[in-house]
Ligand binder design. Structure first.
Ligand code: DX5
Ligand code: ZN
Length: 228
């Protein structure tokens, strides 16, 4: 397992996206982009044109988290545009296998996300189609929400499913991940950590990424590095 940090630009200054992205370019692994359409979630953020513009500027690979009602229609376009990872929601996709394959065919890693109230077990058979599983640790739609501890048992079950499957599938957590909560996520078996407010709400976002990484690394060491 490789520990990775993905700052979410949802908490950055949207008028200065490229400058904000540059602040974490040396310390983070990914730039997490929350695409919201005002239908799947109540909030409306950015879409393909802004992602395409950011792709020209950002040094980090883009991790696009699609919180949209019709991911089957749009997800492959984000991959074709150059996003390195594209994650669709299990609750929204009508043809997840086809869409996950289309994402991979377009050259990106394919991710599947589940909301706090959605079980992972029904998606166990889809693991061969996945490069990453995202377990939401808040209800999607807004940054700055309180971390939901009730999701941690599911993170553990997701790690067990992945271990049993045997493939190299990353396990991402997103929502309320801060210096205070990241250790619990790491102990439960997560290896990719999204943080918006925890990074861009800090005075020095680049240093905040380092602190998050240090906290998660310490939690892994305590747990013997297995995440369990
Ligand atoms: C929530 C988004 C998250 C959000 C996380 O729907 O998917 O990526 O930006 O923000 P924080 O870390 O502030 O909870
Ligand atoms: Zn997100």
């Amino acid at each position: 397992m490789t520990l990775q940090i993905a700052p979410s630009v949802l908490a950055a200054d949207f008028a200065r996206l490229a400058d904000e992205a540059a602040l974490v370019a040396d310390t983070a692994d990914w730039l997490h982009i929350d695409v919201m359409d005002g239908h799947f979630v109540p909030n409306l953020t950015i879409g393909l044109p802004v992602v395409a513009a950011l792709l020209k500027q950002a040094a980090l690979p883009l991790d696009c988290h699609l919180m949209i009602a019709d991911p089957d229609r749009w997800a492959p376009d984000y991959a074709s545009a150059g996003a390195r990872n594209v994650t669709i929601h299990a609750e929204a996709a009508k043809a997840p296998v086809r869409t996950l394959r289309a994402i991979r065919a377009a050259g990106a890693r394919a991710g599947l996300a589940v909301n706090p109230g959605t079980a992972v077990e029904p998606y166990a058979d889809l693991l061969p189609e996945l490069d990453m599983l995202l377990v939401m640790t808040v209800e999607p739609g807004f940054g700055g929400q309180r971390f939901l501890d009730l999701v941690l048992p599911k993170v553990r079950r997701a790690r067990d499913l992945i271990a049993r499957h045997g493939g190299e599938i990353w396990l991402q957590v997103d929502g309320g991940v801060t210096e205070e909560t990241i250790e619990r996520c790491a102990e439960a078996g997560a290896d990719v950590f999204v943080s918006g407010t925890g990074v861009f709400g800090a005075q020095d976002p680049g240093a905040a990424v380092e602190r998050l990484r240090a906290a998660a690394t310490a939690a892994w060491r305590r747990g013997g590095g297995s995440g369990g």
